[in-house]
Design a binder for this molecule. Sequence first.
Ligand SMILES: *[C@@H]1O[C@H](CO)[C@@H](O)[C@H](O)[C@H]1NC(C)=O
Ligand SMILES: *[C@@H]1O[C@H](CO)[C@@H](O)[C@H](O)[C@H]1NC(C)=O
Ligand SMILES: *[C@@H]1O[C@H](CO)[C@@H](O)[C@H](O)[C@H]1NC(C)=O
Ligand SMILES: *[C@@H]1O[C@H](CO)[C@@H](O)[C@H](O)[C@H]1NC(C)=O
Ligand SMILES: *[C@@H]1O[C@H](CO)[C@@H](O)[C@H](O)[C@H]1NC(C)=O
Ligand SMILES: [Cu+2]
Length: 634
Amino acid sequence: MAFPRLIAVLSFLSFAFLSAAAPSSRSRSLNARADDTVHFEVTLTWEDYSPIGGTPKKMVLTNGTFPGPALKMKVGQSVEFLVHNELPDPTTVHFHGIVQQGTPWSDGVPGLSQRAIAPGSSYLYKWTADATGVYFYHSHSRSQMMDGLYGAIIISPASEDDKPFSLINNDPAFIKLMSAADDELQPVFISDYNRYTSQELHAQEANANIDFACSDAIIINGMGSQYCLSRDELTAYTNPKVTALLASVSPSQITDKGCLPPNLPATQGNFTFNIDTLPSDAYFTCNPSTGPMASFDVDPAKSFAALTFINPGGYELLKFTIDGHKMWVYGVDGGYITPKLVDQVIVNNGDRYSVLIELNQPPAQYSIRVANNGLNQVLSGFAVLNYKGSVGPASEDPNALAAMNFAGVNLTTLVTFNDNLAAPYPPSAPAPTADVTYQMNIKKLGQPAGAYQWTLSGVNAFAPELEDQTPLLFEDPANVQASDLILKTNSGQWVDLIIKTQGPLAQPHPLHKHSNKAYVLGKGIGNWTWNTVAEAAAALPAGTFNFANPPLRDGYTTTPNEVNSTWMALRYQVTNPGAFLFHCHVQTHVAGGMAIAMLDGVDDWPKVPTEYAEGNGIIYSKLKKKGKLHAKSA
Ligand SMILES: *[C@@H]1O[C@H](CO)[C@@H](O)[C@H](O)[C@H]1NC(C)=O
Ligand SMILES: *[C@@H]1O[C@H](CO)[C@@H](O)[C@H](O)[C@H]1NC(C)=O
Ligand SMILES: *[C@@H]1O[C@H](CO)[C@@H](O)[C@H](O)[C@H]1NC(C)=O
Ligand SMILES: *[C@@H]1O[C@H](CO)[C@@H](O)[C@H](O)[C@H]1NC(C)=O
Ligand SMILES: *[C@@H]1O[C@H](CO)[C@@H](O)[C@H](O)[C@H]1NC(C)=O
Ligand SMILES: [Cu+2]
């Protein structure tokens, strides 16, 4: 019985020690020498932790910290990421935005690219840092990311010439300062926080039959506080659109936590709710608590500072402003863009925005304000931009410089970054036409399904249990039945994905595509009634689609609408064969089934190394016990 496992051990070992020199399919990485490998190693533990003070809950700590340590590397380097799972549950790690060119088995999706890493086991991910920018790693097992497993990935460019800063100011001295700020960029994780674990939250959803959308706090780099407002403040902050919806419930008001009540047919649909099963603090009772506040030190002698905002949150779509400062948005989802000067940026789940701030204000502490961008809850979180030599808060009245209030309503006229204008730098354009078009239909499945169950295809939910199946990557795609949940493409094809949402009350969904990025060709309000983008472009006003320099991203948020349905058209080329997930990054939605598996390049299907196909992560736990694991340091 031990025989097959022994073979697996041996082959995995040789793989682990030899493969640093393994060639990758990308020419850039062919230059990577054996010693041009960075090795990271982390241990995941399940511990009592409280980011917002008050009562701790169980959270995933990565090497004892939350968020996990940042991984820094140079473009072109080979990366090894060894993870030890000391959690009570299975896990996987996804490297969000990393293409995984030629390494689809390191994409971290259970049931697609690997088997989940069992408790007590370890797993070695290996990939190439193909492109510069800010990415992040996070759990992709069920909704475990909400329990705290995430950290930043920062890939620095080969040359300063690749950066877009001359478009801000052509003076070489300024370019040098801006580039230096980018070299020292600080990641800023902005996220909702819930006092319940992801498993408890899903149990609450199922029992109450609701799509869960109420938080305790917004935390910034794992720090924050739960603020409880007075009833007068809550009333003052209630959006008139929300007031109209509240007429159907009693009392007709938002909850003490600032949330829309969970039993609103207008937002949930026509379902039978059992909200008595919810713990009162899930939606109603607000328990104030105070935790630490994140502070970002900046040095005005350097003239500029760079921050990259990342939303790894469960379900709140967020936005931020910085008191007294405009910002140049110069990077989106890792890629540089033609910079835009703005006051506010919306950061939806999974997305990253890099901003450059000119440090031209008196040396003081300025508030970084993060507010919920949805109408589901009145909620904000705060951090500090701390100038070196600061004499204290920038003004006596803490809100004197605020561009938006606690409910996220603007207090001044402000410019919000327009996602549609995120032109890639250097310029880049898709093929003018697609080879194949797939249409999807986001909606709740409807009774008798639960109010928390969703479909992306428009037909079936991608059930969480599919994470437990044999990974699709390990199958011969000829034997895998294509369906509304499993799409097949051929290598080199240009693929259009048309995503339709159903109004009225089409809420925004921040979708995420694994592997290579896709162009956002256009978005619209109303019914999509065409077979292809070409047909739609002929029928709709000029300018509806951008074929010249459309945003090139791994995150794409559907357009919300209170009245009509909406649509969004994405285009990408199949350049990296493998099994990749396309899904909503709202954790409650993906857990509810809003996902589709793309079998990209079925005509050029990769051969999975034996070590991954058979290894299943068991090996390292054995080595560890025998003390035979020698970690190389980064
Ligand atoms: C995690 O902790 C281990 C043990 O202290 C250390 O060797 C390793 O470098 C840490 N990992 C990261 C990514 O910092
Ligand atoms: C809501 O669902 C119930 C039970 O299925 C059904 O009888 C009723 O007609 C539905 N109401 C609306 C407005 O769709
Ligand atoms: C901000 O608020 C003011 C009114 O307080 C309004 O006139 C303005 O249009 C708002 N929106 C923006 C984007 O500035
Ligand atoms: C979209 O289609 C729906 C269902 O067929 C229809 O009720 C609605 O009027 C259409 N909306 C528009 C803007 O054409
Ligand atoms: C809904 O669609 C109709 C028909 O296209 C249009 O006239 C109307 O302005 C749209 N309403 C909203 C709120 O987008
Ligand atoms: Cu969603």
